[in-house]
Ligand binder design. Structure first.
Ligand code: ADP
Ligand code: MG
Length: 477
């Protein structure tokens, strides 16, 4: 991507709140909707003399994420203190990892407009979240519920070249985190936060331009918009002969622009040093191997398997693996239906449309996979036609009833009995001697007329395939 001979360089820092029950260094709950400062203790409000204890599950989740992102896992990683003062950071330092992070040198591959793109993961390190300042005009209140929640910071290489690539990268990381079930990925609630680093340079230039960091963007749509805005702003500035300032900017979704929060001059020296209260995290090869064994099937692998095992086209496989729950739903439906592609069609068209209209997620679908699978099987067996299936589907959506009961209650029966259909065909042929003679004389186009007449006479209940077969035979005379 280039505009006016420039290209953008983008790198993302994604903070993922890990879905542990308790905090990174103490046993406070991590529940999201607790009352203000309910989830606190002397450790998480930074009382002197308290000591941190590492949350084992947070390490497990971090290692698993690192493995899923193709990272090397350090056998010995170290927690450091990142020193700065801010009211939401009562200790005066944040426990983070610095020169010996847990995960390094990974990569992730995804598609943007059908083109494959690989982005390197420089590092993924563990840290603790800060509290939250709520500003009210003249005063500020601080909620420490978030203080000490485990975070994994995933830092990409400066490998992206467009806003679309950056947004897709972020979506893919979120998808992996959700497949691993280590982060709920909720951007609005701040469980996933995305800082975007953006610079521009002349196409062909080797040196990167000065980067600007855009912080606190709470949707992927805004990630894309903010980066696009920032690229244009920087190109215009460079064109005017201005220097790009290294600064932190924020996205204003109402005005559709970024604005400066602070410049490099205000940047702090964090004076990192190893936290003397915490031992290094030591992992054995066996422990790492065990975590690797426990990894679930990841989106790309599952997509591939849907194509080979279920013979789905790429498009279906991509859509159905976007969320793990949707992929599970499909597999369960497919198993019962006896026809994977038919199951996929029903999910991708009818079900996803209804869910979207009702603003429901797949887990809240009123139609459970077993019921949808059964309905598809009824069509497969010829008990009902595809058209009747739509009626059954609507009824299942509205009432959550079993498809077989609906079929019975509504008297939706397809006539598959050949002798019954034969009888109708004989009547139709007898009632239309002229057309029959013409057909036999070579006007084969009249076949459609006969199909229509038979379907009409059966009130739409005759199995179309059987009608076709028997008609062909009978019309030959
Ligand atoms: P800092 O020390 O300022 O935090 P890092 O080297 O840690 O910078 O990089 C932070 C993020 O910024 C990474 O995702 C990286 O890929 C990205 N980045 C680094 N340099 C540039 C640049 N010139 N343009 C765009 N992104 C960059
Ligand atoms: Mg950084």
């Amino acid at each position: 991507m280039s505009t006016k001979g420039y290209e953008a360089v983008i790198g993302l820092e994604i903070h993922a709140q890990l879905k542990t029950n308790s905090k990174m260094f103490c046993s406070d709950s991590t529940k999201f909707d607790a009352a203000d400062n309910e989830n606190t203790s002397p450790v998480s409000v930074g009382m002197p003399g308290t000591l941190p204890v590492v949350n084992k599950t947070a390490i497990e989740f971090s290692v698993k994420t690192g493995l899923a992102l193709g990272c090397e896992i350090r056998r010995k990683s170290v927690f450091s203190r990142k020193n700065y003062f801010y009211p939401d950071l009562p200790k005066g330092y944040q426990i983070s990892q610095y020169d010996e992070p847990l995960c390094e040198h990974g990569k992730i591959t995804f598609k943007v407009d059908d083109v494959e793109k690989t982005v390197s993961i420089t590092r993924a390190h563990m840290e603790e979240d800060a509290g939250k300042s709520n500003h009210f005009g003249e005063y500020t209140l601080i909620n420490y519920n978030r203080s000490g929640i485990p975070l994994l910071e995933i830092v990409s290489g400066p490998d992206m070249r467009s806003a679309a690539e950056a947004a897709q990268y972020a979506r893919t990381v979120r998808q992996v985190l959700r497949y691993l079930d280590v982060c709920d990925g909720n951007l609005e609630e701040g469980s996933l936060r995305c800082d975007c680093n953006v610079s521009v340079r002349k196409v062909g230039a080797e040196k990167f331009g000065t980067k600007v960091e855009i912080k606190n963007i709470n949707s992927f749509r805004f990630v894309e918009k903010a980066i696009d805005f920032e690229i244009d702003r920087q190109i215009d500035a460079v064109e005017r002969g201005e220097k790009i300032l290294q600064e932190t900017r924020l996205w204003d979704p109402d005005k559709n622009r970024t604005f400066s929060m602070r410049t490099k001059e205000d940047a702090q020296d964090y004076r990192y040093f190893p936290d003397p209260d915490l031992l290094p995290v030591i992992l054995t090869g066996e422990q790492i191997e065990k975590f690797r064994q426990e990894l679930p099937e990841l989106p790309l692998a599952r997509q591939q398997r849907f194509m080979t095992e279920h013979a789905l086209p790429l498009y279906d496989a991509e859509v159905l693996t976007t969320e793990r729950e949707l992929a599970d739903y499909f597999e369960e439906t497919a198993k019962i239906s006896g026809n994977s592609k038919a199951a996929s069609n029903w999910i991708m068209t009818e079900l996803l449309r209804e869910l979207k209209n009702a603003e429901k997620s797949i887990v809240d679908s009123p139609i459970k996979p077993a019921a949808l699978g059964k309905m598809v099987a009824l069509i497969e067996k010829g008990t009902i036609s595809g058209k009747m299936g739509k009626t059954v589907f609507q009824e299942m959506w509205a009432s959550g009833q079993d498809p077989e009961e609906i079929v019975k209650a509504k008297g939706l029966v397809q006539i598959t009995d050949t002798s019954a259909i034969e009888k109708i065909i004989d009547e139709v042929i007898a009632a239309n001697p002229q057309q029959t003679a013409d057909y036999r004389g070579g006007r084969v186009k009249l076949f459609g007329f006969f199909v229509g007449a038979v379907m009409k006479a059966s009130k739409g209940q005759a199995n179309p395939e059987t009608v076709n077969q028997l008609l062909t035979k009978k019309l030959q005379g």
